[in-house]
Design a protein around this ligand. Sequence first.
Ligand code: AMP
Ligand code: ZN
Length: 488
Amino acid sequence: MSLRLRDSLTRRLRTFEPVEPGRVRMYTCGPTVYDRAHIGNFRAFTWEDLLRRYLRFKGYDVEQVMNLTDVDDRTIAAARARGVPLSEVTDPVIQMFLEDWRTLGLEDPEHRPRATGHVPGMIRLIESLSARGLTYESEGSVYFAISRFPEYGRLAGIDPSALGVTGRAAGDEEYDKDDPRDFVLWKGGGGEASGTGAVWESPWGPGRPGWHLECSAMAMHYLGETLDIHAGGVDNLFPHHTNEIAQSEGATGKLFSRFWLHAEHLLVEGQKMSKSLGNCFTIPELVERGHAPSAIRYLLLSGHYRTQLNFTFDGLEASAKAVTRLHEFRRRLRAAIEAGSDASADLAALAATGRADFEQAMDDDLNVSEALSTMFGVVREANQALDACHPRAPSGSRAILQVLDAFDRVFGVLALRDRESADADESLEEWATMRVGERERARANREFARADAIRAELEARGVTVEDLAELTRLRVGSRTVLVPRPPR
Ligand code: AMP
Ligand code: ZN
């Protein structure tokens, strides 16, 4: 079975094949690190993680680059507003980003370059574009001349002659351009960046690279002139990716990326996210409100990437239930397998069709709704067979376990949920050990009613307490803890 992906450039569903058989080179636009990323950003990143995991599931080696935009108008504005060097803004934001990344169980890309670490390569890219006659200089800045690149705008489906100036390109207005449609490659002068350290020497005098240029230079540095996949959110289509194509193809004369993939935006309770509406949640804000990362991850992945995803608190609760359902099912299946096999029912055929249907759904441009409904269908049927064979497991149960494992290599929600249970067991264990100490002191003081109350409290939280000769044995989830009894 082969994977088909909807390419934004050709506007077609195409069979995916990398340049080099078995190996995928993928570039995903990373965060602009002026402030902590919100759940909208993480919709894009989590979907890219799903894509990466599914490519690996299909047997590809993936080499992924996700940049960190640590110099651009927004990071410089934040540094200036606080009167600090750029890195004092970006370093802590990068740390928060990595924390949230781990919270959601995202796989690390092979490369995570910072734009500020690649300025010489960016300068060289401008020089190649200049050698091909695609640039002009004006007052220390260098621009890309759109009129000299006839292919301009194909990705966004726009006719360059009809182009106005929108989006982040609008920030270039203070610069002196021949044509308002042109975009900046090198922002000369550095006056507004002074004091932040965001100024580099170049053949055109001091200045800094333009945002679009950063991604082109870093992508080609790590992955070569032609990538297999370039991905980001829909807002990147224009001008960012459109300009990346112009710069990269303008410099190399080669196709920049075989596939362009774009994820639709996340809405919160049906509304566009905005600071003024107070709905720009971050991952730790949701965790603080008691939502499990596995539920957040599930919700972010549960809608097709090319449709807008509506993030709601009801949806988050439903997601937590869905994850629990899968988790409980796997626990039940494992316990039944331990109890022995019962040949009166057989799940081998269910496992085979479940696995095939899952892959077929994901092969269809990552159709997660189909893939999830396949998984819940498997759970429903297998649960019925488990009821019939209780307490033992129907034959073929191990194959069902393998289907769940395959599913989770891609979705990564059960692994997160396991981690949450282990964390919960650990804190429960700490608390239980402390309470046992208090119970011992109560017993030593002959306060038996209090000692019994503590035991009841422990048992109410699922901790089993056994008094042995010189120890108290506690069972907390899957762990056993031995607490030595203090000498009387
Ligand atoms: P930025 O930090 O603005 O450069 O964005 C980082 C990534 O998040 C890009 O791929 C954006 O397209 C994506 N993104 C930004 N806002 C949203 C949103 N509301 N929903 C989904 N993705 C978004
Ligand atoms: Zn980018």
